[in-house]
Design a protein. Structure first.
Length: 450
């Protein structure tokens, strides 16, 4: 039986190395998109590694310096000797197409990695059939995702200012023509949209608050509003790490129907309640909201699920995570703050990669309970350093009626925007209907307080 040879491009590898030896500046034009491990032939890996090391040290990259570099490390014979270096120079007449040849070499390397992952998956399936099918699938998906991430990181990352200005000008023309105050995903709350212009793509938003303030209720209201906006159609992904999908669904049903949540638990409905619930369940059933209640989900798993959802639905408007501190990070993290730092950084990366706003709910430190004014501040965030740095917007949900049972406080909620990277801060007043777990625009709207 014929043995399969892994994908590679010998001529392209020769052309890359020979082109760089003809014109050392060609190495700079690759912009770090090619690495030694992308080469299939071992001697080519060693030679390209020598080129990169010489360039990093500011030394000339030519046949003589490469020969000397390899000789000092007793690697010259492994690379075919001085004669082979000479053959490389004569292998290509010009360095003009080095970048194109490099992309061929890199692509073949990715194919080899994919084959390696497939082989690893196959072996594991044969050796461990007792493992759950879902676990096999999750591991295979994570390994494939790792290949994709390594490949994307090896691509050039610079954008030319001229291209950015053209794209930016076209975006401004479109906004000027449409005259829209909301340029991102609408929140459904007039004053919040006014201060933020909607939930902007690639933003990481943190919604924090003490227990019983309504963080989850507010987040689910945002999910419903984002999913059911006819002008901005798209799916919404909700990751509930604390509540089950059934609990979230019942909350959203009570909110949409304006039926007391307690009645949903007891089943004591009136005929009018039944009519409301039937209409609300029909509306929600048609909404593109997708809920996942995997406990302690990792960013890797979350990213994989969001990528798949975006591919299946065509457009992803919003990702919501309830809540940040229940996510799992690296097992080798020395401190919880370090683990949270990695999670928030990864969530910001996810927002940029998928070009979608990501909302993560967060806990607050208990210490604020000892203050006279219990309105949250940035320093009240748990593991606040990393969150404060990575977030584009930080909002606090605060209801004074939780602490001060006065008639004037009943149903009044404040959304304190403590940080907004690209806009003003301030406080948005909202109405909270506790029995429906529903937030609404403030009855007597006076705008937001700066």
């Amino acid at each position: 039986m014929r043995e399969h040879v892994p994908p590679h491009a010998m001529d392209a590898e020769l052309a890359v190395l020979g082109g760089i030896m003809l014109d050392p500046e060609a190495l700079e034009r690759l912009e770090g998109s090619l690495l030694p491990e992308h080469f299939y032939v071992e001697r080519h890996r060693l030679i390209f590694g020598a080129m990169m090391d010489l360039a990093a040290k500011g030394q000339p990259v030519d046949g003589l310096t490469i020969k000397d570099y390899l000789e000092q490390r007793s690697l010259l014979d492994n690379c075919g000797g001085e004669s082979y270096l000479g053959e490389l120079i004569s292998a290509i007449p010009t360095s003009a197409n080095v970048k194109h040849y490099a992309s061929i070499v890199r692509d073949r390397a990715v194919l080899r990695e994919l084959l390696s992952v497939c082989s690893k998956v196959s072996q594991k399936v044969y050796q461990s059939p007792e493992i759950e099918v879902g676990d096999h699938l999750d591991q295979a998906e994570m390994d494939m995702l790792a290949v994709a991430e390594r490949f994307s990181r090896s691509r050039p990352t610079f954008s030319k200012m001229s291209d950015l200005m053209i794209d930016g000008y076209h975006a401004l023309e479109k906004r000027y023509a449409e005259k829209r105050a909301v340029t991102g995903t609408p929140t459904g709350f007039t004053d919040l949209d006014e201060i933020t212009s909607g939930l902007q793509p690639s933003d990481l938003l943190i919604i924090a608050g003490r227990p019983a303030m309504g963080k989850t209720a507010f987040a689910m209201n945002l999910a419903r509003n984002a999913a059911m906006q006819s002008d901005f159609p798209g799916s919404v992904a909700v990751f509930s790490l604390e509540m089950s999908v059934q609990q979230i669904a019942m909350r959203m049903l009570a909110c949409e129907a304006r039926v007391n949540m307690k009645l949903l638990r007891t089943g004591r409905f009136s005929a009018d309640d039944w009519r409301k619930l039937a209409a609300a369940s029909g509306s929600l059933a048609e909404s593109p909201i997708f809920i996942d209640d995997t406990p302690a989900i990792s960013v890797t798993d979350l990213r994989s699920k969001c990528r798949r959802l975006k591919k299946e639905t065509g457009k992803l408007n919003l990702i919501i995570i309830d809540y940040l501190q229940l996510m799992s990070g690296r097992a080798d993290a020395e401190r919880r703050e370090q683990e949270i730092s990695e999670i928030t950084r990864s969530l910001k990366g996810l927002a940029k990669e998928l070009d979608v706003p990501v909302i993560a709910l967060s806990q607050l430190n208990r210490s604020l309970e000892s203050r006279a004014d219990k309105r949250p501040m940035m320093s009240d965030l748990r593991e606040s350093g990393a969150i404060e740095q990575d977030a584009d917007i930080i909002m606090f949900v605060y209801r004074d009626e939780v602490y001060n049972k006065k008639p004037e406080n009943e149903g009044h909620a404040e959304l304190i925007i403590a940080k907004q990277r690209n806009g003003p801060t301030g406080t948005v007043n909202l109405t909270f209907l506790h029995e429906f777990t529903r937030f609404e625009n403030f009855a007597h709207r006076q705008g937001f307080d700066e």
